[in-house]
Design a protein around this ligand. Structure first.
Ligand code: FES
Ligand code: FES
Length: 148
């Protein structure tokens, strides 16, 4: 049993050591906003914030989470920066199928919390999440808008 601080609440997670945080979120805690894509830390669909850092939860074992604060897409608009990111996402109509977008929003929020006025190169470097629908131009536009 692990105590996990998620979105400001300390929750009990019954999981085997080594279980990825993604499975604890989705299967144990029923928080399905965070998505499974590749499972090998490549696509970014599973991105959450761990102490403010964008983290690929499919390769993040549950025992590494204790003492950390996790933020998921379910609570991202409670964060001032996250709220601006979501508003920009809606205004720019970024999502197509939407599958990758939770992870994209989390990555954008982490970027803007660390670098409030990113250059295009900063955006390109930070937004490494994959989108099979190809929404990359809209994502970059929304990040610039959220930073404005
Ligand atoms: S599911 Fe975690 S990076 Fe793809
Ligand atoms: S919006 Fe479809 S995968 Fe990104």
């Amino acid at each position: 049993m692990y105590d996990v601080d998620i979105n400001g609440n300390v929750l009990k997670a019954d999981a085997e050591p080594g279980t990825p945080l993604l499975w604890v979120l989705r299967d144990t805690l029923g928080m399905t906003g965070t998505k499974y894509g590749c499972g090998i830390a490549q696509c970014g669909a599973c991105t959450v914030l761990v102490d403010g850092q964008a983290t690929r939860s499919c390769q993040f074992p549950i025992e590494a989470v204790e003492q950390s604060k996790i933020t998921t897409i379910e609570a991202i608009t409670e964060d001032e920066v996250g709220r601006k990111v979501v508003e920009a996402w809606v205004a720019a109509q970024v999502p197509q199928c939407g599958y990758c977008q939770s992870g994209q929003v989390m990555a954008a929020t982490a970027l803007l919390k660390e670098t409030p006025k990113p250059t295009d190169a900063d955006i390109s470097d930070a937004m490494s999440n994959l989108c099979r629908c190809g929404t990359y131009n809209a994502i970059a536009a929304a990040v610039r808008q959220a930073a404005a």
